[in-house]
Design a protein around this ligand. Structure first.
Ligand SMILES: C[S@@+](CC[C@H](N)C(=O)[O-])C[C@H]1O[C@@H](n2cnc3c(N)ncnc32)[C@H](O)[C@@H]1O
Length: 228
């Protein structure tokens, strides 16, 4: 952390706790990256496995990971350094607050949520990071046409995600099969969490949804007025 924080961590104004973000804050992307390029945000970037794999392959894009768990943040800085990724920054903050207060409407090209904590118990479902508020936020922060890529190895969370995303009028599915899920995103590397799920015999589901803010209402109405 001490060696690499200056290169990869972006300090943001915090609110009442260390992981919340002060309302009214905004990221000066031009100052942070020295340019304006298509921006991807990862929610819960963990040890940075996906960022360290994808970002160096896309020097024309910029990436920000929101992560709250400091040991994972520290690992991700090492991974990014090893990968030689210059176009990535990590923000230690709650991703929902970060998206809301730091990213402007339409500023995102892609949003990623891979292997988010499943919160199995019904009374804990409200803690799930993929929820109606997050879906609304995603639809507002993505540019029209921008993608939200998700993956999970928990079937009940996968169905939950489908329900939540389908209920958000600013999003529509991309490449969805009859079961509603998308093919695996080829660039997504195998992370520790995915591997753990596979070894335990769980199937991994990918979801790809597109922001259609301001475009979707008409296209989704069938002649009898029902939603497709
Ligand atoms: C199961 S891990 C998956 C990590 C990574 N996406 C991967 O696939 O390897 C979920 C991560 O999300 C982080 N996380 C959970 N809630 C968060 C939040 N509200 N904001 C930012 N990160 C969060 C956790 O600390 C954890 O590192």
């Amino acid at each position: 952390m001490a060696r690499l924080a200056g290169r990869y961590l972006v300090e943001v104004p915090h609110d009442t706790t260390t992981t919340s973000v002060a309302p009214g804050s905004h990221l000066d992307l031009e100052r942070i990256f020295g340019r304006r390029a298509p921006l991807t945000v990862e929610i819960g970037s963990g040890s940075g496995d996906v960022l360290a794999s994808v970002a160096p392959a896309h020097p024309e894009r910029d990436f920000i990971g929101f992560e709250v768990y400091l040991p994972s943040v520290a690992s991700s800085l090492t991974s990014l350094d090893r990968a030689g990724a210059d176009n990535v920054r990590i923000i230690v903050a709650d991703a929902a607050a970060g998206l809301e207060h730091l990213i402007g409407p339409g500023e995102l090209d892609e949003l990623w949520t891979f292997f988010a904590d499943p919160w199995h118990k019904k009374r804990h479902h409200k803690r799930r990071i993929v929820n109606p508020d997050m879906a609304r936020l995603a639809a507002s922060r993505l540019r029209p046409g921008g993608l939200w890529r998700l993956a999970t190895d928990w079937q009940d969370y996968a169905w939950w995600m489908l329900d939540v995303l389908a209920a958000e009028p600013g999003l529509e599915p991309v490449d969805a099969g009859p079961d509603g899920f998308a093919p695996r995103w080829q660039e997504r590397p195998l992370t520790r969490y995915e591997n753990k799920g596979l070894l335990a015999g769980r199937a991994v589901r990918d979801l790809t949804w597109r922001c259609v803010r301001g475009q979707r209402a008409d296209s989704l109405q069938t002649p009898d007025g029902s939603r497709r």
